[in-house]
Write a protein that binds this ligand. Structure first.
Ligand code: FES
Length: 679
């Protein structure tokens, strides 16, 4: 019998199979995950595939519907009862008769579902940790003393190959009733751990249970974002977010650690607060997705180390100071019932591993999403927050660190700073001739110099500048010549511009006059310089470790990262010089990583293995930190050139002082960049 070449898309896995091999069987043999709940009985419809017709010269395959068996009884029955889209086949019934290219659609919808546009449009190949296994169990017999549960487990092993399956205790009392209710036909939800350990029966349903859901959640210190996905189709049914109620205990991470240290019941209070918020969010996504929360069988959470610890009920005090010891750095597997998240009684919770004491499971999730470890290019991933989390690497080597940037980027310590909320200025341009600003405010559509702004501003109010606005204003002040590269507001300009206002020995820039005066003071500029210098120094230490003087790509992660205009991040010298086209906001990278781990357990294995290989650098212990920090106080930097940025933005000439300090002629710094080692 001739073997036929079969290629599965999108995985690209291929193999040869004899005639009459069911397509599902071929996929299994190649390790291609095709969903199946009914075990090939043609009743669940989860195993749908599509034949790609045509000549695939690259693969040497001519694929045609002639090369697959005709519609069989199971498929006809299913198509009559349910809606089998044109061109779709049930892979458990369809058999291989010739060379084929088989597409595994990511949207095999079998139940009417409220489907939300996917959170970021990314297609995640599915291989969830929960497998729904429909089985028909032998009825009891007086002559065979084997218990109902034992016969169920026998059927699970015979049909699905799971051996030595453990059973969640709560099911012992329910198994007989469920088996009888289902007339000996039941669906077992089996949880398979990543490490290859024994599988567990976590839930049992009478009859065919053709759906299972999971949640993926990023617990940020400011906001919490949650997605509800079908574990069987991969679709996102609902997404929602809320602010982290722990804010009432402290705006930034360190103040929350201090709160725990100062208050005997501080840890409990914050754990309770975040779990309550999560429970409310779960209710919300379930309502939106029109599902019962008892149908949620799996959940993945990510967060920075302090959020991670507080969520799990761990005291984060040790993370408040050197050596920043994590209570647990590896991936955490618990039952949702153990952490006060009532879902299905057997639901599991998985937390991605933390990379280091200040580089958490959120950074691990962002790493999983962006995949520096999967590529040759040197990629820098930065999550800008109170403590910036930095990952730098490629397939050969990845290093990570955190840098104590402080809360300046979040608007704290800045006289006009505020959180990103309606009324906050988020975009700013300054005319270099007149020094007049124009800006855009959250909640107001027109820019400040456009018709309709004043009316809208009267309603919304213009109350401050948010983090991304602060980056822009300092960068724009530098580009307009209002501040020098050393960060000094040039008082000489006060003679020609009413926007420059003297106060004692320093000067301020008047951004907005009116009921609420918004000024950028010399202290504000300093606070941003200190924060960005700390971040840049951390990045430089990692670049030193890698022995490189440039990066190929930059991803700005986190809520704040998604709003920073990459151009201004470079002008300010927040990150090293890079082709502007290759600096991207990857805002929801942590949330996407959580979804990847939810929908595919091999991603759990991948990130667990990657994290053990990531080298952690403690910035506080590195002697060069101070030197890098001092150089990074200048805009964009005292010694590092930004030639790629200079190609797209006219940067002010460097002053004699700085160039001399650098040991080079004025203007030469930029030229020096052209000779940098790009290998
Ligand atoms: S596996 Fe259920 S219909 Fe094919």
């Amino acid at each position: 019998m001739t073997d036929h070449l079969v290629l599965f898309m999108p995985s690209g896995k291929r193999g040869r199979f004899p005639s009459d091999t069911p397509v599902l069987e071929a996929a299994r043999q190649l390790g291609v995950h095709v969903e199946s709940v009914c075990g090939g009985r043609g009743i669940c419809g989860r195993c749908q595939v599509e034949v790609q017709e045509g000549v695939f010269a690259k693969h040497g395959i001519t694929s045609s519907n002639e090369h697959i068996s005709a519609f069989g009884g199971n498929e006809t029955r299913y198509a009559e009862k349910r809606d089998l889209k044109q061109g779709r086949r049930l892979s458990c019934s369809a058999k291989i008769l010739g060379d084929l290219v088989i597409d595994i659609p990511q949207d095999a919808v079998v139940n009417a579902q409220v489907v939300r546009k996917d959170s970021d449009g990314r297609v995640i190949e599915r291989n969830p940790a929960i497998q729904m296994c429909y089985v028909e169990v032998e009825e009891p017999d007086m002559h065979k003393p084997l218990g109902d549960l034992d016969r169920l487990l026998q059927a699970v092993e015979a049909d699905w190959g799971f051996r030595n399956v453990a059973v969640d205790t709560y099911l012992y009392g329910q198994v007989q009733q469920i088996l009888r209710k289902g007339n000996w036909k039941v669906t077992a939800a089996i949880h398979e751990p990543v490490d290859g350990g024994p599988a567990t029966l976590v839930a049992l349903y009478p009859g065919l249970k053709n759906e299972a859901y999971g949640i993926a959640c990023d617990i940020g210190s400011t906001t919490i974002a949650m997605h509800l996905s079908s574990l069987l189709s991969g679709r996102t049914l609902a997404s929602s977010g809320t602010s982290n109620p722990q804010i009432r205990f402290g705006e930034d991470l360190m103040s929350r650690v201090s709160y725990v240290m100062m208050n005997p019941d501080g840890r409990e209070g914050m754990t309770r607060a975040v779990r309550e918020a999560l429970n409310e969010l779960i209710d919300k996504v379930c309502t939106q997705g029109e599902i019962d929360r008892a149908d949620i069988l799996d959940a993945v959470f990510v967060g920075n180390p302090i959020m991670h610890h507080l969520f799990l009920g761990i005291d984060p005090t040790e993370l408040g100071g050197a050596p920043f010891a994590l209570a647990v750095s590896g991936a955490v597997n618990v039952k949702s019932s153990e952490i006060d998240l009532p879902l299905n009684p057997g639901a599991r919770v998985y937390m991605l591993p933390c990379i280091a004491g200040h580089v958490g499971a959120d950074a691990a999730a962002a790493t999983l999403t962006e995949g520096p470890h999967r590529q040759d290019e040197m990629m820098l991933l930065v999550d800008v927050g109170t403590n910036a989390e930095i990952v730098l690497g490629n397939a050969a080597r990845t290093v990570a660190a955190s840098s104590p940037t402080g809360p300046a980027f979040e608007g704290a310590e800045i006289s006009c700073g505020q959180r990103a909320a309606p009324g906050a200025i988020e975009r700013i341009r300054i005319n270099p001739e007149t020094l007049e600003p124009r800006y855009r405010v959250i909640g107001i559509e027109p820019w400040s110099d456009e018709p309709g702004f004043d009316e809208a501003a009267a309603k919304v109010g213009v109350t401050g500048v948010c983090g991304s606005g602060i980056i822009e204003i300092i960068a724009e002040m530098y580009l307009a010549g209002i501040i020098t590269e050393d960060g000094v507001i040039n008082g000489d300009l006060a003679a020609t511009s009413p926007r420059i206002i003297g106060n004692g020995r320093t000067f301020s820039y008047l951004l907005r006059d009116g009921e609420q005066r918004l000024m950028v003071t010399q202290n504000d500029v300093r606070a941003i310089q200190l924060a960005k210098a700390a971040l840049y120094a951390g990045i430089k230490l990692l670049m030193d470790k890698q022995g490189i003087d440039h990066v190929d790509r930059i991803g700005l992660a986190g809520a704040f990262g998604s709003f920073i205009d990459p151009k201004y991040a470079l002008v300010l010298g927040l990150v090293p010089d890079c082709d502007l086209e290759r600096v991207k906001a990857v805002g929801n990278a942590a949330g996407t990583g959580a979804r990847m781990a939810l929908l595919n357990r091999s991603h759990r294995r991948e990130i667990e293995a990657t994290v053990t290989r990531i080298e952690k650098i403690e910035t506080a212990l590195e002697s060069k930190f101070q030197e890098h920090f001092v150089n990074a106080m200048a805009l964009p930097n005292k010694v590092d050139a930004f030639p790629l940025l200079a190609e797209v933005v006219t940067l002010p000439e460097r002053s004699m002082d700085t160039a001399a300090a650098d040991g080079v002629e004025p203007g030469a710094a930029r030229r020096r960049g052209g000779r940098r080692n790009r290998g």
